[in-house]
Design a protein around this ligand. Structure first.
Ligand SMILES: Cc1ncc(COP(=O)(O)O)c(C=O)c1O
Length: 411
């Protein structure tokens, strides 16, 4: 066997393993219909088309089709063309990027904000850079932090401690065990997106004060949706000022693309100059920055949209619970239905799509631990009562058809 044949065989083995474990990922090709979200058209593998309703999107508020966002993007596109034409340092900083950063700094009541091409990159770039700024830094990271934070912490070459999910006592033990003089940072999320549970923000801030640590929060699944101006759970709980670095996305509730950190002017200034993930990549297209800024600005005042999303999430949870379906309910907007087996989860998802035009992607390992495979629904303000009704009836009938257990999981 040649080396090239060996490489191909190894790749084949890796793919076969995914099939055997029932977690081979199949992408569903969809085209969302502007003005008509969450409706979309699915192009099947045979080329035929089917109208579907998207129930697993992260465009949580439907801002991807909001007229204010589209107008801002169209205006910028007409004014300035397609791409930014450079990295932030070399010709890629435009008025649109500056306006977006000002909008975000104001949102989080911080001195500054720094926009990255995604929140993944913002997490990875910032967390991997901090030990360069703070030699000897120890990062305390929640065990269920997103892959982008794990990568950033893993790559930074500094010391790390992983505390059990949301376990502040475990975190305290770890903080107590380390040198009081060592620089410290606690990294965690406000909403963990797969279970929809909240991080203990206040208790973590208290510990950070006690042990003189910096705090880093990922509010990716909360910005736009929580707090009176959509700045996230920390804003809702009156804790925003106690967080040193806030990470968010422009791609979920804000409906566009990009990610950011908001922090002190000095912190942003340093990350700007030391983080390769910020420096060595082309900046967002100006039209994207303009659309994101319009979305952030709009959601500072559109409380009705936030309220409607929460209402739809509550209705869906109440109805699924009433049928005895095992949902996880931590009071957030995310509605996970536990199936607990990758094959069943995929089957359910396939049947929902084929038979009912309901699109919900199966969530498997490594996104969630094995044995906790699930369907994760994200009801939004643009899902109508009829759509909610159709989903509940479809789930009821498939649950019976597949003879799945009806038991309630307590949150
Ligand atoms: C908790 C968390 N942080 C960061 C990200 C990355 O966000 P983005 O899509 O902007 O890269 C995600 C994406 O799913 C996420 O769930």
């Amino acid at each position: 066997m040649t080396n090239k044949a060996r490489y191909a065989a190894a790749v084949d083995t890796a793919i076969s393993k995914l099939h055997e474990e029932g977690r081979y990922r199949t992408f569903i090709d969809i085209e969302r219909r502007k003005g008509n979200f969450p409706n979309a058209v699915w192009t099947k593998p045979d080329g035929s088309e089917k109208n579907i309703t998207v129930w697993c999107g992260n465009d949580y508020l439907g801002m991807g089709q909001h007229p204010v966002v589209l107008a801002a993007m169209q205006e910028a596109l007409e004014a300035t063309g397609a791409g930014s034409g450079g990295t932030r340092n070399i010709s890629g900083t435009t008025v649109y990027h500056k306006r977006l950063e000002a909008e975000l700094a104001d949102l989080h009541r911080k001195e500054a904000a720094l926009v990255f091409t995604s929140a993944y990159i913002a997490n990875d770039a910032t967390l991997s850079t901090l030990p360069k700024l703070l030699p000897g830094l120890i990062i305390y990271s929640d065990s269920l932090n997103h892959a982008s934070m794990i990568e950033g912490v893993r790559r930074n070459g500094g010391a790390k401690r992983i505390f059990r999910h949301n376990d502040v006592e475990h975190l305290r033990e770890m903080l107590e065990a380390d040198d009081p003089a060592a620089p410290k940072l606690i990294a965690f999320e406000s909403i963990y997106s797969m279970d929809g549970d909240f991080g203990p923000i206040e208790a973590i801030c208290d510990l950070a004060d006690e042990f003189d640590a910096l705090t880093y929060i990922d509010e990716v699944h909360a910005v736009g949706m929580y707090g009176p101006r959509g700045a996230g759970v920390a804003e809702r709980d009156g804790l925003m000022g106690r967080l040193d670095i806030i990470n968010g996305t422009l791609a979920k509730a804000y409906g566009v693309m990009g990610g950011y950190i908001a922090a002190s002017a000095k912190m942003c200034d340093a990350i700007r100059s030391y983080a390769p993930g910020f420096i060595f990549t082309t900046s967002l297209p100006p039209a994207v920055a303009a659309g994101a800024a319009a979305s952030v600005r709009h959601l500072k005042t559109d409380q009705a949209l936030r309220d409607k999303q929460q209402l739809h999430a509550r209705i869906l949870k109440t109805r699924l619970k009433a049928m005895g379906l095992p949902i996880i309910d931590h009071g957030s907007h995310i509605v996970p239905v536990m199936v607990g087996d990758p094959v069943h989860t995929k089957q359910l998802s396939d049947m929902l799509l084929e038979d009912f035009g309901i699109y919900v992607q199966p969530i498997n390992f490594p996104t969630v631990p094995r044995g906790t495979e699930r369907l994760r629904f994200t009801p939004s303000p643009v899902h109508s009562p009829d759509m909610l009704d159709g989903l509940v009836r479809a789930m009821d009938s498939l649950w019976s058809q597949c003879a799945l257990n009806r038991q309630e999981l307590s949150a």
